[in-house]
Design a protein around this ligand. Structure first.
Ligand code: SAH
Ligand code: SF4
Ligand code: F3S
Length: 477
């Protein structure tokens, strides 16, 4: 049975030898009617790369005649998974458990699993052994095989369809996309990661670092602007490495300048890697007011000992130097970071270094995580004598500091007028709208005649650590 499947192999996924293929996608017409009369529901976990992938999956399904459903009890349920920490994986296994009930009631309910967990052999083995309700598994490199895999299930009555390639990956252009929102868009500028931080699974699940061509990216942003989009977020695991693999002599600075020329209102980018952030990029950001004043610059740890073990490829002195140069040229920007506590054998002194870097940078916000062992990564083999209790206490101490600076940084907005791009009614209260400022502050505000996608001026009346409250002043456009 198993030989029918193409299963993942993390060892192969480490491979970085082959060159990258660029292909243009064309859906086979035979699949155009496959989804007629059927509905689908996609649940997305993980980062922006996954959210953008789900929009591609939706685009393919729409092309095949499936119809999106608001109800998860659809004909086809696809769960797009994240493998970055154990907690993320547990959520997916929990969900698969609850979907089993629907499957029992409806034999024709098809469950598909894709994303980063699909790239891990242990995970796929566990699913094949214990989660028989899953009918379809496809990897991050196999999204465009979805029509064929669904045809195996629906037309050839295969019990299971599984295809996961473990390879460097390719660049596929012209794949259909159904964007989930109409005012801000994710734009991939590159895929994969070659940094191999020792704790991280991403280079294995997403393949080699590979950049899209500048002209394809700019064209996509132009098209988005022409269809009314106000904001794009340029996506890559390390946007500052953009273009290195192309060997064309230009990098992220040139891309930023070209994207800025499209005149779209707001340009964001993530994630920045401290190692490749150079002066030309800082200047490109400074010169273009439509590039948002917000930089997410993961530090991960404030200790050189730990940074080395993490293979982050910079020292804390280099990080501080970059931070100082950014602040000097981009003084009114918001800065955020990612931090891991409890990396194997992190000492009290190492952790003190992490607290110190937060004091030094006074971040607007930090995303903090307890280290989670990822099977197949080098750190998974490192000895660790630090207890869970110590790690949790450190996380709490760190989070207190993070909240303190987040609140401090937000104080300057009191009574100020800020520009907000409206995401829609707030999740908690439909009489309140929410959206983000250019420097990525979440604003909840009251007002009349407001639509999703409006750019509005809001007066801030109340300041909290992780959001601002206010009232509408006027529309900008
Ligand atoms: N490419 C980005 C982010 C990738 S994953 C970068 O290099 O910064 C997002 C965040 O998850 C990371 O920044 C890191 O802080 C966290 N993370 C990754 N692997 C982890 C692990 N094994 N345990 C805990 N946190 C992890
Ligand atoms: Fe993971 Fe490091 Fe790559 Fe970020 S740079 S995706 S943390 S390996
Ligand atoms: Fe998770 Fe994969 Fe993104 S592991 S963070 S969904 S690249």
């Amino acid at each position: 049975m198993k030989k029918d499947y193409i299963l993942p192999d993390l060892n192969k996924a480490r491979n970085r030898r082959n060159s990258i293929e660029r292909v243009s996608f064309n859906i086979d017409e035979n699949y155009n009617l496959l989804g007629q009369g059927k509905t689908y529901y996609i649940e997305t976990h993980g980062c922006q790369a996954n959210q953008r992938d789900s929009e591609t999956i939706a685009g393919l399904l729409d092309k095949m005649g499936f119809v999106a459903s608001k109800d998860e009890n659809a004909d086809l349920f696809i769960i797009n998974t994240c493998a970055v920490r154990e907690g993320a994986e547990d959520k997916v296994f929990g969900k698969l458990g609850s979907l089993k009930r629907i499957k029992k009631e409806r034999k024709d309910f098809v469950i598909g699993l894709c994303g980063c967990m699909a790239q891990e052999e242990k995970t796929v083995e566990r699913i094949l052994e214990k989660y028989h309700q899953v009918d379809l598994i496809f990897g991050t490199h196999n999204i465009t095989s979805l029509p064929k895999l669904l045809s195996d299930i629906y037309e050839k009555s295969k019990k299971k369809a599984i295809e996961v390639y473990s390879k460097e990956g390719e660049i596929v252009e012209d794949v259909p996309v159904t964007r989930f929102v109409g005012h801000k868009a994710w734009v991939n500028i590159m895929y994969g990661c070659d940094k191999f931080c020792t704790y991280c699974i991403v280079p294995y699940t997403r393949g080699k670092e590979r950049s899209r061509l500048l002209e394809d990216i700019v064209k996509e942003v132009e098209d988005l602007k022409n269809s009314g989009y106000k904001e794009v977020c340029l996506l890559g695991q390390n946007v500052n490495s953009y273009g290195k693999d192309l060997g064309l002599g230009y990098g992220f600075d040139v891309l930023l300048r070209e994207v800025a020329k499209t005149g779209i209102n707001r340009i964001r980018f993530m994630t920045s890697h401290p190692r490749d952030f150079n002066e030309d990029m800082i200047d490109a950001i400074k010169d273009n007011p439509n590039i948002c004043p917000y930089i997410h610059l993961p530090v991960q740890s404030g200790s050189n000992n730990i940074l080395k073990k993490m293979n982050r490829k910079y020292t804390i002195e280099e990080y501080k130097d970059l931070f100082d140069r950014l602040k000097a040229k981009l003084p009114n920007f918001a800065y955020t970071t990612d931090i891991i506590v409890g990396f194997p054998n992190e000492s009290d002194e190492d952790f003190k270094g992490t607290l110190d870097i937060v004091d030094y940078c006074e971040y607007d916000n930090c995303f903090t995580f307890i280290y989670s062992k990822r099977s197949g990564t080098p750190a998974a083999n490192m000895e660790d004598s630090i207890s869970r209790e110590v790690k949790e206490a450190r996380l709490q101490e760190l989070n207190k500091k993070v909240a303190y600076y987040a609140n401090l940084k937000n104080q300057k907005y009191k009574d100020q007028i800020v520009e907000v791009l409206v995401d829609g009614p707030s999740k908690k209260n439909s009489a309140v709208y929410s959206g983000y400022t250019k420097d990525n502050k979440l604003v909840n505000f009251t007002g009349e005649n407001i639509k999703t996608g409006d750019l509005v001026n809001v007066k801030i009346t109340e300041v909290m650590s992780f959001s601002l409250n206010g009232e509408l002043i006027n529309k900008v456009d």
